[in-house]
Design a protein around this ligand. Structure first.
Ligand code: PLP
Length: 400
């Protein structure tokens, strides 16, 4: 599907055609996104919001149009609810700091899960250390899905926030976030959804989900690096203090006292990535030109085809086998170290990821040194998977 729109897919690796199956780490960029970056720097690069001159006004219009584009894409009620950040990690750090300053006190509790990326663990851990609060962890069932009964049991009058991943970056499992949000809301607890791995694969509507906060990264959605989104319900964001100080986020600065800007600027200290936001809007246009539902179906077919074909490999262990996944499969083969398989695959032109995938608590839970992860994007096809499986057979033969 639409491979020719992605120039990098013509690259050769060790004289072999590139088969790129590391989309959970970052996606490749279509020509439309590359063009947007060149266009911005070529025609209207100027710092935004504070210039009276023409270029500054054009750049400002593009940046704010991109904010509206993101709001529409995520189904937000207002563009004021869309904060541009450096990435999903930055979004969670900002939220953890800001929410922590406003609401977290000694003895309060925050709930995350066993399958979180480090980005949705460490910022909360740092907050807990700062405020002497307690981090609680939703355990997994035997099939590696989240244990929802245990989640309910973890909730207490001290619980102040739940933050869970929509899709596991290791297992590909799609978590029942609607149910989690409903349960948390029945106790008046707000929920943050880490959408870094869902926004590239599933249609997202934050109003339908009714999540309070949602984060994602542009570079995992065919957009540029260095840009992310923190979505928050307007009322909640209005009640939070800024996470960073500097230009843009202020109304007036005096040495005695500073007053802050309104949403969304209150959370955007310094010059924002306005070329990035323009390129991200181009990425979202590109995604919509194909259709998120079409992408979802295509990737679901690829994932189940890959899972089917992986079963040919002797002694393979596919994690969360049979559960509905969004474009990600993790596995190990016997006792072969994942790194060895990844290295041999690389020499055959196949890019997969091996290791702990920034989710060490989950990898510890699986009691393995790491996994091999193949993750799919809209441009992958069955031929990629056939090439990958043939190479995997060879690698396993060589290492057995
Ligand atoms: N959350 C999840 C589930 C992820 O997979 C990732 C990146 O892999 C992140 C957060 C962090 O994203 P970024 O590195 O773009 O900030």
């Amino acid at each position: 599907m639409n491979r020719t729109d992605f120039p990098i897919l013509n690259e050769q690796v060790y004289n072999r055609p590139l088969v790129y199956l590391d989309n959970a780490a970052t996606t490749q960029k279509p020509q439309a996104v590359l063009n947007a970056i060149i266009e911005g720097y070529t025609h209207w690069n100027a710092n935004i919001h504070r210039g009276v001159h023409h270029l500054s006004q054009v750049a400002t219009q593009h940046h704010e149009a991109a904010r509206q584009r993101v709001a529409d894409f995520l189904g937000a009620q207002s563009a004021n609810e869309i904060i541009f950040t450096k990435g999903a990690t930055d979004s969670i750090n900002m939220l953890a700091f800001s929410f922590g300053e406003a609401y977290i006190h000694e003895g309060d509790e925050i709930i995350i899960s066993q399958m979180e990326h480090h980005s949705n663990i460490v910022p909360w851990q740092m907050l807990c250390e700062r405020k002497k609060a307690i981090l609680k962890v939703i355990p997994l069932n035997d099939d590696l899905s989240l244990n929802i009964d245990a989640f309910q049991a973890l909730i207490s009058p001290k619980t102040k926030l739940v933050s869970v991943t929509h899709v596991s970056n290791v297992l590909g499992i799609i978590n029942p976030v609607e149910q989690i949000i409903r349960i948390a809301h029945s106790h008046n607890i707000p929920v943050c959804i880490d959408g870094a791995q869902s926004a590239p694969h599933l249609p997202i509507n934050v109003q339908q989900l009714d999540c309070d906060f949602f984060v994602c990264s542009a570079h995992k959605m065919y957009g540029p690096t260095g840009l992310g989104i923190l979505y928050g319900k307007e009322l909640l964001l209005n009640n939070l203090p800024p996470a960073e100080g500097g230009g843009e986020m202020i109304e007036h600065v005096r040495f005695e006292h500073t007053t802050y800007n309104t949403l969304p600027y209150k959370f955007e200290a310094g010059t924002p990535n306005f070329i990035g936001s323009y390129a991200f809007a181009a990425a979202l246009d590109y995604i919509d030109s194909i259709g998120m539902t079409t992408i979802q179906q295509h990737e679901a077919e690829l994932t189940s085809y890959a899972e089917q074909r992986l079963k040919e490999i002797p002694n393979i262990r596919i994690y969360a086998q049979g559960l509905t996944k969004a474009g990600v499969i993790s596995f190990n083969v016997g006792t072969i170290h994942p790194f060895d398989i990844g290295t041999l695959l690389d020499h055959m032109g196949i890019a997969v990821r091996t290791g702990h995938h920034c989710a060490e608590p989950l990898i510890d839970y699986l009691q393995v040194p790491g996994t091999i992860r193949a993750s799919f994007g809209l441009y992958n096809d069955k031929a990629d998977i056939d090439t990958f499986i043939a190479a995997l057979h060879k690698a396993v033969d060589m290492l057995s």
